[in-house]
Design a protein around this ligand. Structure first.
Ligand code: CTP
Length: 419
């Protein structure tokens, strides 16, 4: 019987090591990763060398340890942060000092480690290590919260004796604990998550129509019926499509978001307005991405004047709005790609697949609201992608821009393999 393949076989791991006493634990961590079959590259901040020699980490990882973005005597190698960021399946920062956490939270890129974190398309796992009061400080806690909002995972610091002699929370989790979490994370994401290392597929000469945001259905000049959509997912899709060279039109319900560069934005308010704007443009679109949270009902009557409160109860009669996506599906060109969204709480997969079929879609992006992190959250999302061909892929919790890239990657790869 052959031995089971190691849990991290052929995985590409970046390990960021910063200037903390816990840096000595980076050595056994590298060994554990290597033993599990991973290909490991180590990036250190300049202060890390005070605690652990690059020679140790370089020997154990069998690869050169990188610290500076602009290394002396190495012409032309300054783009390594970009290539490493694309190469990695996962970037672990362990130990992560308060200083590096602050830099990561605010987008500083003054070392190979921080610059690579900004370039990386893979998930990041941050393992804080510092003294108790530094860890508890509001500034550090705010920075850790910011990292979570960006979509990084933060492993809670462990409780115990600290280098200062104090006892409390602040210890780096043990290498075995980090190793196990890394294995779990990568097992959850069998295909290296977004940014599958290749150059993204181009949308040049492609006309893309995107809908985003909520709609607002007025029942008098002051009041409206609406929903909690922020428009972030649709805007991320429009931006990602424009970045790939697409001619993008974004039909947007009311949001507070800035128009993405290079995108034509058509502002609408009601479902009826959105329907008009979409139907006028659908015939010429090659790719249609309908992320808007369209109101299904609108007040049957609108009062021209502000309704006064008279009775204890107010009864509004609502009537159905047009199903914009369904109409686009009914008139779909055979070479057109149609992607819808579904927001579900009950039997999510079955409902999403039914919508895919009823609306004649090629893909549907399912937000299962019973899952943590899915839906109208501010900056991250967890979705499942279902295709007309019957495939279903769960994507992990990711920043919405990465979800947008992953959706485009999957949709365009399927189209390329068809043609
Ligand atoms: N949609 C649309 N027009 C509507 C309602 C929905 O174009 N009047 C689109 C949404 O943009 C989304 C998809 O249809 O891409 C599914 O939306 P969702 O709200 O999940 O489902 P509904 O079709 O409205 O069905 P239900 O509310 O019954 O779940």
């Amino acid at each position: 019987m052959s031995a089971p393949s190691p849990s991290l076989s052929d995985r590409h791991l970046l390990l960021g090591v910063t200037g903390s006493i816990a840096a000595y634990k980076a050595a056994p961590l590298v060994r554990l990763f290597k033993k599990s079959g991973a290909d490991v590259r180590v990036l250190t901040t300049p202060d890390a060398e005070r605690f652990i020699p690059a020679l140790t980490l370089g020997t154990l990882s069998e690869s050169e340890v990188l610290t500076e973005i602009f290394p002396e005597n190495e012409e032309g190698s300054w783009t390594k942060h970009v290539t490493l960021g694309q190469w990695a399946d996962l970037f672990v920062v362990a130990p992560a000092t308060a200083q590096t956490i602050a830099k990561l939270a605010h987008g500083f890129c003054d070392s190979m480690l921080t610059a690579t974190a900004l370039s990386a398309r893979c998930p990041l796992l941050v393992c804080p290590a510092m003294d108790r009061d530094m860890y508890r400080h509001g500034a550090t806690q705010d920075n850790l919260e910011r990292l979570r909002e960006i979509g990084y995972e933060v492993m809670p610091a462990a409780h115990g004796e600290l280098a200062s002699g104090l006892v409390g929370k602040g210890r780096m989790p043990e290498p075995e604990t980090i190793h196990d979490r890394v294995t779990e994370k990568l097992a959850d994401a069998p295909e290296a998550v977004p940014g599958s290392h290749a150059q993204p597929s181009s949308l040049e000469d492609t006309s893309v129509l995107v809908t985003a945001g909520p709609t607002r259905e007025p029942f008098d000049p002051v009041r409206v019926l609406t929903n909690r959509s922020t428009g972030t997912m649709g805007y991320a899709l429009a931006r990602a499509a424009a970045d790939r060279g697409g001619n993008v039109t974004l039909v947007s319900g009311p949001t507070t978001l800035a128009p993405p560069d290079g995108v034509e934005v058509i502002d609408v308010e009601t479902a009826e307005d959105m329907n008009e704007a979409v139907q006028a443009r659908r015939a010429t679109a090659d790719l249609v991405l309908m992320a808007a949270a369209v109101a299904d009902y609108t007040p049957a009557e609108q009062s021209p004047t502000k309704r006064k409160k008279n009775d204890d109860d107010l009864v509004l009669t609502l009537r159905r709005t047009p199903d914009i996506l369904k109409r686009v599906g009914e008139r779909k060109r055979s070479d057109q790609i149609l992607v819808g969204f579904a927001m579900e709480t009950d039997t999510p997969h079955a409902n999403a697949r039914r919508k895919l079929e009823e609306k004649n879609l090629d893909w549907i992006v399912l937000n299962d609201l019973t899952e943590d992190g899915a839906g109208f959250g501010p900056s991250t999302n967890r979705v499942t992608l279902l295709s007309r061909e019957g495939t279903s892929e769960d994507l992990p919790l990711m920043p919405k821009p990465d979800v947008a890239e992953a959706i485009l990657d999957r949709v365009l790869a399927a189209q390329e393999s068809d043609s």
